[in-house]
Design a protein around this ligand. Structure first.
Ligand code: DGP
Length: 114
């Protein structure tokens, strides 16, 4: 996608310090962190959000969760707990229309979310 900010990060048009990368997935620190650990995990291919997922994405989503699990260990938040969040649509505050999963940890996270 020509003007998608996360596509630009995924294909290197915008430089980012990736904390994980393979041929299908990239993870990088959120620009506006809301927790001591706040990482975004995204598919490199453009998928606009959760509601655009199809059967063919089942393996990809599973792989994203395994990346999240691994990053939780790497960033030292596995033991105390963390949250994985995918905002979908306006009411959830999705601001970037490219599927992304927030990995949040390093502090007590309130529930329910605001
Ligand atoms: P959401 O509200 O779920 O759509 O979250 C989008 C997140 O993306 C938000 O926390 C800020 C982050 N973000 C937006 N643009 C950039 C960027 O260019 N670089 C990085 N690292 N994060 C970004």
């Amino acid at each position: 996608m020509e003007n998608c900010i996360f596509c630009k990060i995924a294909d290197g048009r915008i430089k980012t310090d990736a904390v994980y990368e393979d041929d299908k997935i990239i993870a990088f620190k959120d620009l506006n962190p809301v927790a001591p650990v706040h990482i975004l995990i995204i598919p490199k291919a453009h998928i606009s959000g959760v509601m655009a997922l199809t059967e063919k994405d089942k393996t990809l989503v599973g792989e994203i969760f395994l990346v999240a699990r691994s990053l939780a260990e790497q960033f030292g938040i596995a033991d105390n707990g963390f949250r994985i969040v995918a905002n979908s649509g306006e009411n959830a505050g999705q601001s970037v229309p490219h599927l992304h999963f927030h990995l949040l940890g390093g502090r007590k996270l309130g529930w329910p979310p605001g």
